[in-house]
Structure formats: C-alpha cells, structure tokens
Design a protein around this ligand. Structure first.
Ligand SMILES: [Zn+2]
Length: 86
C-alpha cells in the first residue's frame, strides 16, 4: 500500500488535497470516488438532491477531472500539513 496524493486541487479560495491509501493509483482513484459518492437526499427545505455516484471510471466531475494527472506517491515515512484558509 502507498499513499497517493493530489495537491493543489479542488481550489475554491485556496487549493485542497485529494488523497487515498491504496495499492495503485487507479485503486486510489476508485477509493476517492467511492468516498465522494452520496445517496439522493431531501434537505430541510424539501429540495431534492440527486445521488452523486462516482463509478469506477472518470465520470467527468471535478474530482475525477483533478485525478486525471499522476498523483505523488509516498511509500516510505512522510508527512505534510495543509493549512486551511479563506
Ligand atoms: Zn466523478
């Protein structure tokens, strides 16, 4: 298992990070897509939000788009910190 990291992604006001512990880069992509999937729901105002499903292939959403490039791979002790911001 290695840690796969995409830095400088999903930028709103500041960039975010996508990461996964997996056996391969493609395995990391699948793990992230599954973690980012959500069932359909209705919020407190009665608005219906459709399911967000990231299948095991690039569905074209922002998360999938950001993972099209090769991630950084860590397979020995390493650490980093990402500051929040506005
Ligand atoms: Zn997607």
């Amino acid at each position: 298992m290695s840690l796969y990291v995409w830095e400088g992604v999903l930028t709103d006001y500041t960039p975010g990070v996508i990461f996964a512990l997996a056996a391969s880069a493609d395995g990391a992509r699948v793990a992230v897509r599954r973690a980012e999937s959500e069932p359909a729901r209705t919020d407190k105002k009665g608005r219906v939000w459709p399911a967000v499903v990231h299948p095991d292939h690039d569905c074209g959403c922002k998360v999938c788009e950001e993972m099209r490039v090769a991630p950084d791979v860590y397979d020995s002790p390493a650490g980093f910190a990402v500051w929040g911001g506005s």
